[in-house]
Design a protein. Sequence first.
Length: 301
Amino acid sequence: MEFIDYYKVLGLDKSATASDIKKAYRKLARKYHPDVNPDDKDAEVKFKQLNEAHAVLSDPEKRKKYDQYGKDWEHAEEFEKAKARQQRSYSSGSGPFTYSGSGAGAEDFSEFFESMFGGGGFGGGRQRQTRFRGQDYNADLELHLRDAFSTHKRTLTVNGKNIRITVPAGIEDGQTIKINGHGGPGVNGGPAGDLYLTFRIHNTTPFKREGANLYKEVEIPLTKAVLGGEITTDTFDGKVKLSVKPGTGNGTRVKLKGKGFPIYKKSGQFGDLFITYQVHIPEQLTPEQEKLFKELEKTGL
């Protein structure tokens, strides 16, 4: 995987504070967000790099490892353990010199790491090669709410490779799923890492979603609210007729069972749709309508 300088991605240097990182990320994320740059592949790549950089540099522990080991920061613990074992071996006289680790920075760690575990640099090739699991990748997938209503296929490009996945109906905004073996390659024949895919769902519909339930406001005429009657309204996947009871008040809520959103990984099961009636009060009346209302007023209604 090509090394990405997270500081450079955010336009910062290593002296940046946590506040600097947060501000830079917010500013650039707005600039390169897919909603602002539809069909712009370069902006999409930049946005993913920004998320990756922010995830590492905003975490004090991850940032410490990144500052010390650069692209190999995710192997920091294994390296420290191996270095300690090597140091003990050399200190006891079984090695050619004592390695203290001073001066090993991001620029030379990769060579030392390779010679210790992969190139046989110490001990004339007699060193046991240690296998390490590959780096996990994190990625976002942008969806519209209507896309999440039904199970469908998507093709993702991760590190130059196309991955075909199935997006289950009912996936939640912010939900993360793991795709095994689609992360970075392992070291010395170790297993590949995993891909963690987070869904970002945008809603431009008149429906509000909470879990598998949907909520919608429907305006009804004053006469329908008073006298009752039938109306037709949209659900998420079609139209239904509703019977409005006489004397329906503003804010009255009715439940349409099974007309909500699919329940995640429960085939054929749906939440409910809750309709809230908003009674329309006319702002302007015709002379005839005004006359009728005045007649009604005389009746004490």
